[in-house]
Design a protein around this ligand. Structure first.
Ligand code: MG
Ligand code: ZN
Length: 219
């Protein structure tokens, strides 16, 4: 498994770089999904399950962005997907240039789906377009249903909200309807799936959305 060291890109316009990358990936037929969440929201576990369920139908590769660790990329490789670990050198988000560099190391020109597991936080990853075709965020039940009020930009920029760890709903004061209502108020077109990567509940609906997105990206 490759570990690469990334530095923040010095660029005139991250938005423009991101659009150029998105156009290239579109021509290549590779859907890049930018997965964002707080630390501990269960991004890697959800990815493991998703890869397990879709790997026979699609070629999938993963870029794990982390301040400093290679644990997640190793877990992903055990699932049979290609993975690269990108160290962000203390940077708390990925920008389009860093994403391009990581993609080059991953060498995923033939991949149908590349998932970027962004650095764990709900703030600045939402401010930097990575060039992804779709932005997906995870909010886990223990984090609370008030998060749309605290991190509105994350909800506005995401195409999909995965409410995760619903297996622990009985132990937390988390109202799914309230969370959905708050998220939809910020972003009426956001797709919302309530899932548990532990029990598998809700995973089929999310994976169905994802496979439709992969197919549509190639069309
Ligand atoms: Mg992780
Ligand atoms: Zn940041």
């Amino acid at each position: 498994m490759k570990i690469i060291e990334l530095k923040e890109t010095i660029t005139a316009s991250n938005d423009r770089d991101a659009q150029v990358l998105r156009d290239e990936l579109k021509r290549q037929g590779t859907l890049l999904v930018n997965l964002m969440a707080s630390p501990g929201a269960g991004k890697t576990t959800l990815l493991e399950r998703t890869i397990q369920d879709l790997k026979d139908r699609y070629s999938i590769a993963v870029m794990e962005a982390d301040v400093d660790s290679d644990v997640d990329a190793k877990r992903i490789e055990l699932m049979g997907a290609r993975a690269v670990q990108a160290h962000t050198g203390g940077m708390c988000h990925m920008d389009a240039g860093m994403t391009r560099r990581a993609l080059e190391e991953l060498d995923a020109k033939d991949a149908d789906l590349v998932i970027l597991e962004n650095v764990g936080n709900l703030i600045c990853p939402a401010e930097f377009d990575t060039g992804a075709g779709k932005n997906v965020m995870i909010l886990s039940v223990p984090e609370g249903d008030d998060k749309p009020l605290k991190y509105p930009l994350m909800f506005t920029t995401s195409d999909v909200l995965l409410i995760s760890k619903i297996d622990v709903l009985p132990y937390f004061d988390f109202a799914i309807e309230k969370c959905v209502e708050r998220a939809k108020k910020l972003n009426p077109s956001i797709e919302i799936f309530a899932v548990s990567s532990k029990t598998g509940e809700g995973m089929a609906a999310w994976e169905n959305w994802l496979s439709n997105a992969i197919d549509a990206w190639k069309a």
